[in-house]
Design a protein around this ligand. Structure first.
Ligand code: C2E
Ligand code: MG
Ligand code: MG
Ligand code: MG
Length: 285
């Protein structure tokens, strides 16, 4: 009857909760072994100079080759890794691997014109004492120039606990490293704050780009951000460009850089080199 059914539903719900909890626990401990176990991977997504259409650089995006669950995207493990602290080791690995790879590509015929590699840094990783020194030694070890590195941080990192974070941002910028605010517009930056922030680049979040072709208001909003960046002498990257109409509109409003599936999804190192090569031959034909 209804009573047994209710009980079964409750039992099923409990089982599912239990399973989800076990899964999180298992993921947490597996994450601690993942870097040492060689399970982290990078994918690379080109960032295009909108006025010329050339590949200006790329963003390195982490993946986890989980022994049982296959290739996982960062949305499935970065938050957990922030919680248990493994994000510090993961982020360190990403930084070194991204700079090593970029330095290698810079010395090839098709990669030599690229200007920068973008690396995401989580708040916890950035706040870990010694982060600036780590960046310095990774640059030295990989032979990468500080000017090649763009660190993507969140709006909230720059807004909160300002003192030490701002000193570290200043020290990185003094070395020549540039700083981007990732997913710009989704946080709470105030205009007065923005003009003082120790940053160089704004990355406009995909959610703002999605609707620009359907909504004049949304188009005007993005144009306002682009103009704001110009006033503040910041560079702008538009994220999530999926349509040629997006690209054309952003180019027309003076946005410097674009990134999105229109150009390429995040791809492996081999695929990225093919991508550079094929674009090179397309231009010279
Ligand atoms: P993000 O830094 O904003 O990176 C852009 C995300 O949007 C990437 O997802 C990328 O694949 C996706 N994307 C790019 N263009 C398009 C598009 O045209 N359409 C759609 N639908 N999506 C697009 P991904 O690789 O899953 O990364 C998600 C987030 O995980 C990143 O967002 C970043 O916040 C974080 N993340 C990635 N790698 C790292 C890392 O090494 N360290 C840390 N701390 N976080 C990372
Ligand atoms: Mg990013
Ligand atoms: Mg982003
Ligand atoms: Mg984003």
């Amino acid at each position: 009857g209804a009573k047994t059914e209710g009980k079964n539903t409750w039992q099923r719900y409990q089982d599912q909760m239990h399973e989800a909890m076990l899964r999180r626990l298992e993921m947490r401990s597996a994450l601690n072994e993942a870097v040492a176990g060689g399970q982290m991977r990078l994918r690379f997504q080109p960032i295009v100079d909108l006025p010329t259409g050339e590949v200006a650089g790329l963003e390195a995006l982490v993946r986890w080759q989980h022994p049982a669950r296959g290739l996982l995207g960062p949305n499935e493990f970065i938050e957990l890794s922030e919680e248990n602290g493994s994000v510090v080791a993961i982020g360190g690995w990403v930084l070194r691997e991204a700079l090593r790879t970029f330095a290698e590509w810079r010395h090839t015929e098709f990669g030599s014109h690229m200007r920068y590699v973008s690396v995401n840094v989580s708040a916890r990783q950035f706040r870990t004492p010694g982060f600036v020194d780590e960046v310095r030694s990774v640059l030295a070890d990989t032979g990468a120039r500080a000017e090649w590195l763009l660190l993507e941080v969140t709006e909230s990192l720059v807004l909160h606990d300002a003192d030490q974070v701002w000193r570290d941002l200043g020290e990185l910028r003094a070395m020549g490293v540039r700083i981007a605010i990732d997913d710009f517009g989704t946080g709470y930056s105030s205009l007065s704050y923005l003009s003082q922030m120790p940053v160089d680049v704004l990355k406009i979040d995909k959610s703002f780009i999605d609707d620009i072709l359907d909504s004049r208001q949304q188009m005007a909003l993005v144009e306002t951000i682009v103009n704001l960046a110009r006033t503040l002498e910041l560079s702008v990257v538009a994220e999530g460009i999926e349509l040629d109409g997006h690209r054309a509109a952003l180019k027309a409003m003076g946005c410097s850089y674009g990134q999105g599936y229109l150009f390429s999804k995040p791809i492996t190192s081999d695929e990225f080199q093919d991508y550079l090569r094929s674009r090179h031959s397309a231009v010279s034909l």
